[in-house]
Design a protein around this ligand. Structure first.
Ligand SMILES: Cc1cc2nc3c(=O)[nH]c(=O)nc-3n(C[C@H](O)[C@H](O)[C@H](O)COP(=O)(O)OP(=O)(O)OC[C@H]3O[C@@H](n4cnc5c(N)ncnc54)[C@H](O)[C@@H]3O)c2cc1C
Length: 477
């Protein structure tokens, strides 16, 4: 079949993910129709009609591919021929170790590249409701501000619980930074439950003095205000930030997420804790634990200081800090398959922030993956998953199955996540010596571990890309 006879892949949403997916398909010779509703219909955050508009910060965060997980993701995307990274690199502005861009120049470059590609047609207008049946292959990349009619249709098709309109994020801690000489594993009243062991939670004990000091600091903390369009949404009644609970009286937290009942300190069984902070395993690898009930809008700088007041978390390293935002995202581990297709209707594939990743770079990366998977399908090939040791593989794995749900956490415990080293499978053995053979100490060990994880990711990505992703087409522009 010639290129022009091939049926197009329809992409809904011309943001970061949609543009990246379109580019990856087109460079493999597959025609694309990209549907973008702006300027016909706007969102609460976008200001222009450009494709790939950055709605807030102009930073793609750290560009350090040796020490930082998002830097590794940048490097992998560059190796996979990412349009978003190439336009970001050509419109970079000085920002220390971060990759920041001139937002207008960046968006115009993406818009021009997409508009100029002979295999991509851009159609302006909202896709209302589910895409028509005759669109056989669709990528939905409509982002955190997906228009209401499409969002409702997706919710109805996937199931009632499948789509959330806010995230309520509790901080997530790297397991190996928790002091288990202070904390202990135990489920409340040793309840085993259907999928547990009776010792599923990590418990951090507090005496009265520690609790009072913590609650006072929390109540006095500085919070990030809601944007106007966020403040008008009723969701917040059902999900109180922990600092708001702290202002409702000194005992509120002790009767809520910090209640000490049903728990016995394994290190000090005769002394009853006055309050307990619990952490629950967040990923199947067991490398990450989330702070149960600690959704918060406290400023990020304050969160680290505050949560390190908790006994056992004095040296906590955070894979993610807390937040509450307007968002639209799927309960992906339940409703998407491993190549981001909706299980209930596989012609619909999802990409970008709506899949439950967080941030410009991660959204673009999940657009890149969706583009590769859709391209393989169009060529009647089995889509190949990137190894879980790569940043793309780790993120994809988190979205489509790495996160674990527990009965107590309810069916909606999946929350959006930035890429971080906690999502990568652990090393068989952590480095103990530097390249000169000197013994590593303290934080040197953490740095060395990250460097080995980063190097492993890039080596594995290269090997995978050679066989699965490097498919330049004679029709590519
Ligand atoms: C207020 C706000 C601030 C943010 N700040 C940051 C930040 O500082 N840094 C960061 O990394 N991330 C930030 N984010 C998250 C950021 O928006 C995403 O990471 C990223 O833009 C997601 O990319 P995407 O392609 O999935 O969605 P988007 O970039 O939002 O693109 C989705 C596109 O789909 C279009 N669309 C929606 N519905 C339809 C429809 N029915 N038919 C046709 N087109 C449709 C939209 O107009 C939009 O162009 C912020 C999000 C919000 C809401």
């Amino acid at each position: 079949m010639s290129i022009t006879e091939k049926r197009p892949v329809h992409i809904v949403g011309g943001g970061l993910a949609g543009c990246e997916a379109a580019w990856q398909l087109a460079r493999r010779g597959i025609p694309v129709v990209l549907h973008e509703m702006r300027p016909t219909r706007g969102t609460d955050a976008h200001k222009t009609d450009s494709l790939a508009e950055l709605v807030c910060s102009n930073s793609f965060r750290s560009d350090d591919a040796q020490n930082n997980a998002v830097g590794v993701l940048h490097a992998e995307m560059r190796r996979l021929g990412s349009l978003i990274m190439s336009c970001a690199d050509s419109h970079q502005i000085p920002a220390g170790g971060a990759l920041a861009v001139d937002r207008e120049g960046f968006a115009q470059a993406v818009t021009a590249a997409i508009a100029g590609h002979p295999l991509i047609t851009v159609e302006r207008g909202e896709v209302e409701g589910l895409p028509p049946e005759e669109w056989e292959s669709v990528i939905i990349a409509t982002g955190p501000l997906t228009s209401p009619s499409l969002a409702e249709a997706i919710r109805a098709r996937a199931d009632e619980q499948a789509l959330a309109f806010f995230d309520a994020i509790a901080p997530i801690v790297h397991f190996d930074s928790i002091d288990m000489d202070v904390c202990w594993f135990q489920s409340r009243y040793d309840k085993v439950g259907p999928g547990g062991t009776g010792a599923d939670y990590i418990n951090c004990p507090m005496d009265k003095e520690q609790y009072d000091a913590f609650v006072a600091a929390l109540a006095a903390s500085d919070t990030v205000p809601f944007r106007e369009f966020e403040a008008n949404t009723p969701y917040f009644d059902g999900c109180l930030p922990v600092e708001v609970m702290a202002t409702r009286g000194p005992e509120t937290l002790r009767h809520g997420p910090m209640k000490p009942m049903g728990l016995t300190n394994a290190h000090n069984p005769t002394v009853k804790a006055y309050a307990v902070v619990q952490l629950r395993q967040d990923n199947a690898l067991g490398t990450l634990y989330n702070m149960v009930g600690f959704q918060t809008k406290t400023r990020h700088g304050d969160q680290v200081r505050l949560f390190r007041m908790i006994p056992g978390l004095e040296k906590a390293e955070f894979a993610r800090l807390g937040g509450l935002h307007r968002n639209t995202y799927l309960n992906s581990p339940r409703v998407l398959d491993h190549t981001l297709r909706l299980k209930a209707e596989p012609r619909l594939r999802f990409a970008g922030q709506i899949t439950g990743c967080e941030g410009y770079v991660e959204s673009s990366a999940m657009g890149l993956m969706a583009g590769l998977f859709a391209a393989a399908e169009q060529r009647r090939q089995e889509p190949a998953l990137p190894p879980p040791t790569t940043a793309h593989g780790a993120l994809l794995n988190h979205i489509t199955g790495g996160h674990i749900e527990t009965v107590e956490a309810g069916p909606r415990s999946f929350q959006p996540m930035n890429v971080n080293f906690g999502l990568f499978p652990p090393l068989d053995a952590n480095p103990t010596r530097d390249t000169e053979g000197n013994r590593l100490r303290g934080s040197q060990k953490t740095v060395a571990k990250k460097q080995v994880l980063a190097a492993r990711a890039l080596a594995d990505l290269d090997a995978w890309a050679k066989t699965h992703a490097d498919e330049p087409s004679e029709a590519a522009a």
